[in-house]
Design a protein around this ligand. Structure first.
Ligand code: PEP
Ligand code: MN
Length: 570
């Protein structure tokens, strides 16, 4: 089969860098996009110039520190074209190896731009050296790979996740609403003709003669032609001391009559004017505007609607479990662990895999609802206590099933999330009892239950006062026998449109087929689920339950790598 052509975009930094985030958003509708990390800005322009990348992205201006002048210099030197612009809100975090306290930090690394944006925040680290590096995410990578101690870095929250480090502080930039503007650059000039349909911007560079009032004269020409200037930056000529180039951004396209006339006049007067590009002006996406509008026109609350419904509670509910904010937009919580707790060695070995690969919450059944009374029924209370040991050792909250009112007290004493299994979704006595508690609940869809029935079961819990309900799609019985269940992924967007409760997906029980777990986990992320629950076992072939659908260390590592990759896109 012929491979689809890649569309490569060069950026400066490592995976997780703000430039990478900006390009993934800018090119989100472009097929086969491949971000190409580069060490320096020069490497970015070289990648574009040599044809190794179709486009490049370069930061050009930041709302706290101003122009990134090196970008302008390089674009003038290489004569590459500016073909687009985008703006990204920037929020920095202080990131460090696990278990380090702020007082122990001796060095703080980051890109100089990030250090400048957090200059006031950094003043409190009186005993730490503040050291510039080539990249924000690159510094996170350096600390993680070299296992450095006593050091911290400033970078995006996402990069801490990618390289599995701790976040000590968030939103540490000195001023709120920190934003960076980026140029998209190309070797060819794709926008010179006919883009009158866009609201456009144009970037130029010109010199003035060394005579009194020359800059004033030039600005007068823009005024005469009613051109709205958005940026003016002077940069040294480099070859001649105390002579300057003036870079200027303005609204309009080079082919617009007023711009063309103004440029002609300036050229005649100064001798040099070069158009670096005309490109579509950045506009906040329609969906962002819609969201803003939704927030301002707060929806009316219908007090007669069911408690689960968005008419009653228009904002998404967020269930906090440990550090995981389940249901928060952009969060994707991974619960992972064995089907059953079988013993200390099995649980600890499996929990280690889950923790190492970045799972948020450890799962494991202690009380097991098995289809046959002769199958392994779980370790009961001993299993719950083992889960607690693993929780302490790995610092992971635990989710485990409660199969009846009799076991509720013991499970509720230890669990961070109480799981109600598919077979108990309509055990209304149990639902009501759990409703009286405040502990988060994971309510799994019954294998023969409609979505309306699932929502009404949630209503039982909400009605008794427990608002911490998470729904779980885990597959339903259909005539299909190729899979254990038919995973109904349309349930996710359906539920999201009808309820404020978080929704997660269990592709392990949902398919019962090892090879389908990763693809369906990825699909769950794509359709908007708030997380997944995955069965993992350190030795699936010896598992006492559901080994055939459990991922081993290698399989789980691969799944997590894929999830991390896709999280940047969805
Ligand atoms: C489980 O998650 O351990 C389980 C038994 O799943 P379900 O209730 O969905 O069958
Ligand atoms: Mn299972």
């Amino acid at each position: 089969m012929k491979k689809q052509k890649e569309f490569r975009v060069a950026y400066q930094g490592e995976a997780g860098a703000f430039s990478e985030k900006a390009l993934l958003i800018y090119f989100k509708d472009t097929k086969n996009i491949v971000p190409i990390p580069c060490r320096t800005f020069y490497d970015v322009v070289e990648a574009v110039r040599s044809g190794n990348a179709e486009r490049g992205i370069m930061p050009v201006e930041n709302s706290i520190i101003g122009c990134i002048t090196h970008t302008y210099d390089l674009l003038l030197e290489t004569k590459l074209n500016i073909v687009g612009e985008t703006i990204l809100p920037i929020s920095h975090a202080l990131i460090a190896p696990k278990d380090i306290k702020k007082d122990d930090i001796k060095k703080i690394y980051s890109h100089p731009a990030a250090l400048s944006q957090c200059e006031v925040y950094l003043r409190r680290f009186k005993n730490a050296d503040i050291l510039p590096t080539y990249d924000t995410a690159g510094s996170v990578k350096l600390i993680a790979e070299k296992k450095l101690t006593g050091v911290a870095t400033i970078a995006s929250k996402e990069s801490a996740e990618i390289y599995d480090l701790s976040i000590l502080d968030t939103a540490i930039e000195d001023y709120p609403d920190n934003q960076t503007r980026f140029f998209i650059i190309a070797a060819e000039n794709i926008h010179t003709q006919n883009i009158a349909c866009y609201p456009c911007k144009t970037t130029i560079v010109f010199d003035t003669l060394n005579q009194p009032g020359m800059l004033y004269e030039c600005l007068g020409i823009f005024n005469k032609h009613k051109i709205n200037l958005t940026l003016l930056e002077s940069r040294p000529h480099k070859t001649e001391a105390w002579k300057y180039h003036f870079f200027m951004d303005m609204i309009g396209h080079v082919n617009n009559e007023n711009l063309a006339s103004a440029f002609d006049e300036i050229k005649k007067m100064t001798g040099f004017l070069y158009v670096m590009g005309s490109y579509p002006r950045y506009q906040a996406k329609l969906s962002e505007k819609k969201e803003e509008k939704n927030i301002s026109n707060k929806k009316k609350i219908d007090k007669n609607a069911p408690l689960y419904s968005l008419d009653r509670h228009p904002e998404p509910s967020i269930v906090q479990v440990g550090n995981s904010m389940i249901g928060e937009k952009k969060n994707f919580t991974v619960m992972a662990g064995p089907c059953s707790v079988e013993g200390r060695h099995q649980l600890i070995s499996t929990a280690k895999i889950c923790k190492d690969e970045g799972a948020d919450i450890l799962r494991g059944g202690a009380f097991k609802p098995r289809s046959s009374p002769y199958s392994f029924q779980g370790l009961g209370e001993e299993g719950v206590k083992l889960l607690c040991e693993a929780k302490k050792q790995f610092g992971m909250p635990i989710v485990t099933e409660v199969i009846g009112v009799e076991e509720l007290e013991i499970v509720a004493e230890y669990a961070d999330i109480l799981q109600i299994g598919a077979r108990n979704m309509q055990n209304y006595v149990l639902l009501k009892e759990i409703g009286k508690l405040k502990i988060p609940v994971l309510l799994k869809r019954g294998m023969m239950a409609t979505l309306q029935e699932l929502l009404m079961s949630a209503e039982y819990i909400l009605d008794k006062g427990n608002s911490n309900v998470i729904l779980c799609e885990r597959g339903i019985r259909t005539f299909e026998t190729a899979t254990r269940n038919t995973l109904d992924l349309s349930a996710v967007p359906y539920l999201k449109q009808h309820t404020h409760l978080p929704v997660i997906v269990d592709p392990s029980h949902g398919t019962g087929v090892l090879e389908l777990v990763e693809p369906m986990a990825k699909a769950a992320l794509a359709v908007g689920a708030d997380g997944i629950m995955i069965e993992v076992h350190f030795s699936p072939s010896t598992a006492l339950s559901d080994g055939y659908q459990s991922l081993d260390a290698k399989g789980f590592k691969h799944l997590m790598k894929e999830i991390k990759r896709l999280k940047k896109i969805f």
